[in-house]
Design a binder for this molecule. Structure first.
Ligand SMILES: *[C@@H]1O[C@H](CO)[C@@H](O)[C@H](O)[C@H]1NC(C)=O
Ligand SMILES: *[C@@H]1O[C@H](CO)[C@@H](O)[C@H](O)[C@H]1NC(C)=O
Ligand SMILES: *[C@@H]1O[C@H](CO)[C@@H](O)[C@H](O)[C@H]1NC(C)=O
Length: 210
């Protein structure tokens, strides 16, 4: 049975709120396609969110003249799927709720409380798992980029927290079985995999951007 969860990825490509329940409902993860191609992104719907978007969900990929492309992509790829939930069934709700969840979990501050901050030195993957599990009371999913050529240590690529579909409360990401395998596959396509148990780099954000 597919878990009923919403997943928020908090590092790497930035914030992304995706649904995990869409497998049987038109979501085609293998093709990376959006759920509803006729639901076009309209920046005007989220005008009032712009100050927050620029702080918490910046488009660091595109040139400054084109800084809405990333949000368009997020909406088309993830938003139109998440929109199957009443709580997320408009562009305004999707981006607004994502920002609210992001502020609520306040990941960077929580890691800082445990002395974990971007550094040129490395951490142990258990430092992250233990800290996040203690803070949130649920098991996150942490993905890594493999060691660069000539290096030996993996790099944190993405930290994901999962929320219940019903009321968007934190829940475990880990779920044995089929779903886990499929997620791992999707992640591998982006060059990320579940972290190996061992040392890990947590560099300043600029160094994990593609
Ligand atoms: C897709 O989006 C369009 C435009 O918002 C909407 O009218 C339609 O009902 C949506 N289709 C599905 C299957 O949700
Ligand atoms: C902005 O994005 C559009 C769509 O991807 C592209 O066609 C256009 O060339 C881009 N403009 C700039 C200045 O990068
Ligand atoms: C979440 O995972 C932890 C550790 O594996 C487990 O102890 C806990 O019971 C799980 N919670 C739920 C609600 O499944």
């Amino acid at each position: 049975m597919a878990p009923r969860a919403v997943r928020v990825a908090l590092l790497g490509w930035g914030l992304a709120l995706c649904c995990l329940w869409c497998a049987g409902a038109g979501w085609r993860p293998d093709k990376g396609e959006e759920c509803n191609r006729s639901w076009h992104f309209n920046i005007d719907e989220i005008k009032d969110l712009m100050p927050d978007m620029k702080i918490y969900w910046p488009d660091v990929i595109h040139p400054s003249s084109n800084r809405t492309q990333f949000w368009k992509h997020e909406w088309e790829k993830h938003g139109t799927c998440a929109a199957q939930l009443d709580a997320l069934n408009s562009e305004r709700k999707y981006f607004g709720k994502s920002l609210a969840l992001y502020k609520q979990v306040d990941l960077n501050s929580m890691l800082l409380k445990f002395g974990i901050k971007p550094s040129i030195n490395y951490y142990h993957i258990a430092d992250f798992k233990d800290a996040l599990t203690r803070v949130y009371g649920v098991v996150p999913k942490i993905q890594c980029l493999p060691p660069k050529q000539g290096a030996q240590v993996q790099t944190i690529g993405q930290i994901e927290l999962c929320f219940t579909k019903e009321d968007l409360h934190l829940r475990n990401c880990s779920e044995p079985g089929e779903q886990e395998a499929r997620l791992a596959k999707g992640a591998a396509a982006r060059g990320m995999a579940v972290c190996e148990y061992g040392p890990v780099f947590y560099p300043p954000p600029a160094e994990t951007q593609p």
